[in-house]
Design a protein around this ligand. Structure first.
Ligand code: HEC
Length: 130
């Protein structure tokens, strides 16, 4: 009497555990996708807000003189960091913003600035093109 029931138990175990693994993978995967989505949504408001602001290149140049000339030169001609005169033609505004606030390429640090100052800096960099 014992034999059939223990047999069925044995054959049930693998089914349950592979279903569990399957479900766990799905849960983990959706969690990762969820976190990734949150992560990319979280980044964008700063960029969106900055791009919605009409920056002032004069206050941008002041910000630049305080924060950036040490590496990019007094007139952004390049020093430790590259010349920025054509940077707005080479990189999208979004990339430039990320460059400044995220510290993607050491030794350039990340800057904690508000969208308004970022818009001013961006306007300054655009003014270098002309
Ligand atoms: C500690 C030095 C340092 C400071 C301070 C600094 N940068 Fe940089 N920056 C660099 C270096 C080095 C690079 C090149 C990184 C690389 O190799 O891609 C760079 C790259 C950049 C780029 C991309 C240029 C390109 O052609 O890819 C931009 C835009 C930029 N910096 C803007 C700024 C602004 C705006 C500030 C001030 C808020 C600033 N940087 C402050 C060192 C610095």
């Amino acid at each position: 009497m014992n034999t059939p029931s223990s047999k069925s138990l044995i054959s049930d175990v693998p089914k349950i555990s592979s279903l569990r693994i399957f479900l766990l993978s799905i849960v983990t995967l959706s969690l990762l996708i969820f976190l990734w989505t949150i992560g990319s949504l979280k980044k964008d408001p700063f960029v969106t807000e900055t791009l919605s602001i009409q920056g002032d290149s004069l206050s941008g140049s002041k910000l630049f003189k305080i924060n950036c000339v040490g590496c990019h030169g007094i007139s952004a001609q390049g020093l430790v960091g590259p010349d920025l005169h054509e940077v707005t033609e080479q990189l999208s505004d979004k990339k430039i913003i990320n460059q400044v606030i995220r510290g993607l390429t050491p030794p350039m640090p990340s800057f904690e600035i508000d969208p308004h100052s970022m818009a001013d800096l961006l306007a300054y960099m655009h003014s270098l093109d002309q």
